[in-house]
Design a protein around this ligand. Structure first.
Ligand code: NAP
Length: 315
């Protein structure tokens, strides 16, 4: 087996790459495991206009590439590998990956959260071409256009209200007639004159694949069976996110939705006691802000704690 590493970072989104930059500059030669969604959610976003320092905006994949390059310049290494299981306990942390076993003294979990999608081939083909899961990232591009939001929870209400600032009309589509959203959010959305709600409605197909831009939706009313088409320019998914934490379920404390419960921003716990050397940052432990810049900030914090931990436990 290869020598024990100082630190391994799980995930190569904004949080993981910022942690890589800081740990690399501290001389810790971090290894970043890129996982199944290299670059994280930014890699499927178009123009990012709210990351400080880019007055004209920067495309998500380009921002990720630049972050990778920046960390690599100081010695970060990257590997495409999926984590199958992890052993935490006395001695080095053992990671069983699709590329073999890795031992490390510290671990930064930055495995993110993945947006839920409907899973329709037409929806998948149009991601980044009018289909989005992030209203704050992409809403601005739909000024003066008609859009649809799918979902019946608080996220969908929030997205619909946010998007109504730009769009001329927002149609909110929900698969049942009862909403999961809190009353206050639902009432606000209902009171918004630009938002029209259609319940008992599911999407069978997103139209526009041949033109590489969303043109409309093929809808079905599940109560009546009636089929219809809705002309729109953009489709936003507000059906929730899933944190990528399955392999940690019985090793570190997760909240009731599977997000890592951190204490003091980035420390992980198991049965409420700190897990030594294991830190978490970014969307995997944040369901509130979910911004590139907040993910980067917590990546920095995790890296500084790794440095401190290694200092305190002898290099
Ligand atoms: P959520 O509460 O789980 O709601 C997801 C919604 O998407 C549900 O209405 C669900 O329908 C629908 N859905 C799921 N899969 C679907 C599919 N395949 N096709 C069609 N519809 C589908 O998720 P969320 O709205 O992201 O909220 C997550 C948590 O964050 C909640 O605790 C929420 O209160 C909180 N949050 C709070 C705020 C706020 O207070 N400002 C904002 C956003 C989120 P069903 O109802 O039929 O299952």
């Amino acid at each position: 087996m290869a020598e024990t590493r100082e630190t391994v970072i799980l995930g190569s989104g904004c949080a993981g790459l910022t942690a890589a930059l800081y740990t690399a500059r501290a001389g810790l030669k971090p290894l970043v495991l890129e996982g199944h969604e290299p670059g994280g959610q930014l890699s499927i976003t178009t123009l990012v206009e709210n990351f400080p320092g880019w007055p004209e905006g920067i495309h998500g994949p380009e921002l990720i590439e630049k972050m990778k390059e920046q960390a690599a310049r100081f010695g970060a290494a990257y590997e495409h590998a999926l984590l199958n299981s992890v052993e935490l306990g006395a001695g080095p942390i053992k990671l069983h990956t699709s590329n073999g076993e890795i031992e490390t003294r510290t671990l930064i979990i930055a495995s993110g959260a993945s947006a839920r999608w409907l899973g329709l081939p037409s929806e998948q083909a149009l991601i980044g071409h009018g289909v989005s899961s992030c209203a704050t990232c992409d809403g601005f591009f739909f000024r003066g256009k008609e859009i649809a939001v799918i979902g019946g929870g608080d996220s969908a209400m929030e997205e619909a209200m946010f998007l109504s600032r730009f769009a001329t009309k927002v149609t909110l589509l929900h698969r049942r007639d009862a909403f999961r959203a809190s009353k206050i959010m639902l009432d606000r959305a209902k009171a918004n004159p630009k938002i029209e709600m259609r319940t008992n409605t599911v999407v069978d197909e997103v139209l526009g694949v041949e033109d590489k831009e969303v043109k409309g939706l093929r809808l079905r009313n599940v109560a009546t069976g009636e089929k219809s088409e809705l002309k729109i320019d953009g489709l936003f998914l507000g059906i929730g996110h899933e944190p990528n934490t399955k392999m940690f379920a019985d090793k570190i404390d997760l909240d009731d939705e599977g997000y890592i419960r951190t204490t003091n921003n980035v420390f992980t716990t198991w049965k409420d006691a700190i897990v030594p050397g294991v830190f978490a940052c970014g969307d995997v432990q944040d369901r509130r802000y979910r911004q590139a810049v907040t993910a980067a900030g917590s990546g920095c914090m995790a890296a500084l704690e790794v440095e401190k931990y290694l200092d305190e436990h002898g290099q």
